[in-house]
Write a protein that binds this ligand. Structure first.
Ligand code: ADP
Ligand code: MG
Length: 254
């Protein structure tokens, strides 16, 4: 069984201050494995974005641990966390987050620039990534010259160009019609086939269930379901405080 690429262990996350403080995560453990597309589903406000941000080292846990490729991020300051993100994580967002004044190639190259790679080789890598998402012919186009689906492909190329351990996508199909949404999910599923990479997709839409190797349900800051492939592997974790026993753990992790 492969090591998790990234793992949250017993993570509690409080957000906000004073009376407005909420516990967005109430003791969540989730390990992403390479070669898998995990779908994270749950109602609005259940903690999906918070969990994705914790796994991507954009937020640090209030309690608990995050391990990236087996190494704890505990005690890492903002600089160290930024380095971990640059090296290990590719993010994809609902609203693409492309720079309007940069071409597709330059938007993708940006992910390499921040790692100090700004040579001709970086351009070649950026164009390879664009070819992987089917946009070799659009490398000189600006975001506004591209459809929503194409812009999201550029964002995916930017997420994978640095060969990250984890690709974390927060509702990547929410702004797209069904056809474009399916094309994006097909692409993310393809990217997840690489055994050195785990892909986590946050989504509401039950139509994209078929692209997932594993489906995790979160409600009110607790993971309440975790299922792989066939329903026989279903695990119920109705209470965060309840630790599932080792045997059950083994079963769920194949
Ligand atoms: P989801 O992505 O599932 O919709 P989030 O992870 O964004 O949920 O939010 C989880 C909970 O944390 C919600 O109750 C939300 O209102 C709250 N929350 C999110 N961000 C903040 C913040 N910066 N300050 C205070 N509360 C927040
Ligand atoms: Mg969200």
């Amino acid at each position: 069984m492969s090591e998790p690429v990234v793992e949250a262990v017993d993570v509690v996350k409080s957000l906000g201050k004073g009376a407005a403080q909420v516990q967005a995560l109430k003791g969540v453990s989730l390990a992403l494995r390479g070669g898998e597309l995990t779908l994270l589903m749950g109602p609005s406000g259940s903690g999906k974005t918070t969990l994705l941000s914790i796994l991507g080292c954009m937020l640090t846990p209030t309690r608990g641990t995050v391990r990236m490729r087996g190494r704890s991020t505990e005690g890492a300051g903002p600089e160290a966390l930024a380095r971990i993100r640059r090296e290990h994580v590719g993010f994809v967002f609902q609203s693409y987050h492309l720079f309007p004044t940069l071409t597709a190639t330059d938007n993708v190259r940006l992910a390499l620039d921040v790692r100090g790679e700004n040579s001709a080789r970086a351009v070649a890598k950026a164009n390879d990534a664009l070819a992987r998402v089917g946009l070799a012919h659009k490398r000189d186009a600006f975001p506004l010259e591209l459809s929503g689906g194409e812009q999201q492909r550029v964002a995916i190329a930017r997420a994978i160009v640095g060969a990250p351990s984890a690709v974390l996508a927060d509702e990547p199909t929410a702004s797209l019609d069904g056809e474009n949404g399916n094309a994006i999910m097909t692409l993310l599923a393809e990217i997840a086939k690489d055994s050195s990479r785990g892909v986590l997709v946050v989504a509401h839409d039950a139509r994209i269930l078929r692209f997932a190797d594993r489906v995790v349900h979160i409600e009110d800051g607790c993971i309440v379901g975790d299922r792989r492939g066939d329903a026989a592997l279903e695990k119920d974790q109705s209470d965060c405080a309840v630790r599932h026993d080792a045997e059950q753990h083994e079963r769920v992790e194949r």
